[in-house]
Write a protein that binds this ligand. Structure first.
Ligand code: MN
Ligand code: MN
Length: 459
């Protein structure tokens, strides 16, 4: 190696640095991830999958006040929308907990509480978008309906329409180019209105009805199939998500296209690393939370007091002090970052952007403008993680979302850091982030898995 190579830092791909064996493992790992992605299009479905995986690995339900001992593998299911898996280590709990935190909600279109209406012989469902979307991406593409309807008697009806090949799909109409002259003059931000994101669900009039014949036909179908009435929508959480399934992308099959990589491409490696690492020494915790895309508020978001309650209860049960436990804990906020896209090169700063296939991405800070709204991890923590990843041979890169002052974004990192837990963002890079069909690299996904496993074990 020349002197220059020792002195200078150069980003390399997983293919160059890790070698063929790791690349082949990454391709294998991706197969199960794709299944997880297809089974987890909403936060509820992702938690159901997470619980299934945890139970298969010997984790059992935790309730507050339970006695704990080394080797215990437990999970706390928060209202079916959040999951906290943890394993008690042999060392003193006051040494802290190794935590990973990913979110399992993704941008989508939620149905409004009074969604059904008829207009000119067509029946539609009104939506209210959830998270940051580019509205035009949801037009003229097959969509599916997922969620729950809670009846007045408390019965919960699960709904999934549009996933089986024989199912009908949902659809939002778009304007034909022949008549789009005026619309083409508008900016993208003004051309597409949220109140036009209405789902077309019917056009066949119901015989014997006087008015709203098409709507009555749709309501009749819902009653006969699910036993639900129009009033039941008031207490429902129904979401429109893309109907497409995750697939290999590229002639070399090096990438995966799918809905909800953000942030399931970090959630899945967190769960599998947690299960596979089976760490003996440190107490470890894998957190999957909801509501990140809308600010992490509420009972299922990362800002909920639940994390403090859990850490306090775990500390108490093991004879520790929760303030000490938090001060000595470390957390990887496992969320996605943006991959440099040559088609939109002007919004990225190449030297500090995450590059496709160059491994898991570490963001020391997120936020926007002058580092507004970020916890900004300390150089000491970066140094520690750097040592951890390098000693394990994980291929990783540092990155920031885009050019300074172009935009920005946040993660759950600051909410954990605000609790006096050293936290840094580490996750997979995504192309077309927040689009109905996002793209990631298989080797980046696998390096995230290897990174989380190393983190659970290290020192
Ligand atoms: Mn995210
Ligand atoms: Mn996001």
């Amino acid at each position: 190696m020349s002197e220059k190579n020792i002195l200078s830092y150069e980003k390399k791909t997983v293919y160059e640095k890790a070698g063929k064996e790791i690349v082949e493992k990454a391709y294998e790992y991706a197969k199960d991830y794709v299944k997880f992605l297809d089974a987890s299009k909403t936060e509820r479905e992702a938690i159901r999958e997470g619980v299934r995986m945890a139970e298969a690995a010997g984790y059992r339900p935790y309730s507050f006040g339970m006695p704990l001992k080394a080797g215990d593998k437990l999970y706390y299911n928060n209202r079916g929308k959040g999951l906290f898996m943890f394993r008690i280590g042999t060392e003193a709990i006051n040494n802290g907990i190794r935590i990973t935190a990913a979110h399992i909600d993704s941008p989508r279109l939620d149905l409004k509480q009074v969604p059904v209406y008829e207009d000119n012989g067509m029946c539609f469902l009104k939506t209210h978008y959830y998270g940051g979307i580019r509205k035009y991406q949801w037009l003229a593409t097959p969509l599916a309906l997922h969620g729950v309807v809670v009846k007045q008697n408390g019965e919960v009806v699960d709904v999934v329409i549009g996933e089986n090949d024989t199912d009908p799909v949902m659809y939002i109409t778009d304007l034909l180019p022949h008549l789009a002259a005026a619309e083409n003059e508008k900016t993208v931000g003004r051309a597409f209105s949220a109140e036009k994101l209405n789902i077309l669900v019917g056009s066949r009039p119901m015989e014997g009805e006087e008015k709203d014949k098409v709507k009555m036909g749709v309501l009749n179908y819902l009653f006969e199939t699910y036993g639900i009435t129009e009033e039941d929508f008031l207490s429902a959480e129904l979401s429109i998500v893309p109907a497409a399934k995750a697939r290999d992308v590229g002639l070399d099959r090096s990438m995966i296209g799918g809905y909800g990589h953000d942030d399931r491409c970090c959630a899945y490696p967190s769960i599998t690393a947690m299960i596979d690492a089976d760490e003996q020494v440190h107490t470890t915790m894998c957190i999957l939370v909801d509501k990140e895309e809308t600010g992490s508020d509420g009972v299922s978001g990362m800002q909920c007091h639940l994390i403090l309650d859990l850490l306090s209860e775990i500390s108490k049960a093991l004879g520790g002090n929760d303030a000490t436990v938090r001060a000595n804990s470390k957390c990887l906020s496992s969320d996605v970052t943006a991959i440099f896209d040559p088609a939109f090169a002007d919004v990225f700063e190449y030297r500090n952007a995450a590059l496709l296939g160059c491994g898991v991405g570490m963001c020391k800070f997120t936020g926007s403008r002058g580092k507004g709204g970020t916890s900004d991890a300390s150089a000491e923590l970066v140094g520690w993680v750097r040592r951890c990843l390098n000693e394990a041979g994980v291929v990783w890169q540092t990155c920031e979302l885009g050019r300074v002052d172009v935009g920005g974004g946040g993660t759950v990192a600051k909410f954990l850091a605000n609790h006096n837990i050293d936290t840094i963002d580490l996750g997979v890079g995504v192309l077309s982030m927040h689009a109905p069909y996002e793209l990631i690299s298989k080797v980046d996904l696998y390096e995230a898995y290897r990174a989380f496993e190393a983190f659970y074990h290290f020192e």
